[in-house]
Write a protein that binds this ligand. Sequence first.
Ligand SMILES: [Zn+2]
Length: 244
Amino acid sequence: MLQPLPDVTTDIPQARRTGSPLNHSAAWRTRITLGFALGLVLATALTIAIALPNLLQRNGAASLAPPGGARPDRDGRLLGHFPYREIAPSELTAVAPGLELQRDAASAVLAMQEAARADGVELVVLSGFRSIELQKQLFFEVKSARNQTAMERARVSAPPGYSEHSTGYAVDLADGSARSTDLSADFDQTAAFAWLQRNAHRFHFTLSFPQGNAQGVNYEPWHWRYEGSAQALRTFEPAQRLSR
Ligand SMILES: [Zn+2]
C-alpha cells in the first residue's frame, strides 16, 4: 500500500520557514556577494572609461599622420619622397642673406660659385635649408591654394619630414643671367646648368631628381644635393640605392 507523500511544505521545520538567525546570515551573504559583483562591474566600467579615449586617440593619430591618408612605402618613402630629419641649428651656416646650409655643403657651394664665376657663369642660390615647419606650409598651404591632391602636390614638393632641404644639404640653383628659368625645367637650357653638369661633381653636388628618376618626382634641374661627407652620404644612402 502506497504511503501518502509527505507534504513538502509542512515537512520543512517551522524554524526554517520563518525568519531565524540562520536565515539572516544567508541574506547577508547574498548581499555581500552582490556588493562585490557590483563593485567589480563599476571598476571594470571605470577602467574602460579611462582607457578608451587613449586608445581612440592613439588610433586616430596613426591614421591622421600622413598627408592625404597616404601611407609610407615599405622603404619608408611617402608619395615617392624619402624621410629626412631636420638638421640641428648649430650645424647650419649662412651662404647668402637669409639662406643657410649645413657647414660642409655651405663651403662647397661657395667654392662652386667662385669656380663658376671664373668661367663667366653666375650661380645663384635660391633656396637652402628649410625647416619641417616651413615645408609644412609649402606643402599644405600651396596644395590648398592650388586645389591639388596630396599626390599631385608630392610630384613637385616633398611632404613635411620628407624634404632634402630639411637636411641642410640641398640647394636650389639658378642662372643669374636667365632668371626667367628659376625653378623651371627650362633651367636645363642655361649656361649655369651646362656648367653644373660638367663641374658639380667636383664639389660633391649631384642632381637629386633627374628626368625619369626612380622616385617618381618631377624633373628638377635646379635641385642639387651635397654628398661630400660621410654624414651626407649616409643621409642620402636610401635615395642613392634606389637610383642605382
Ligand atoms: Zn629644392
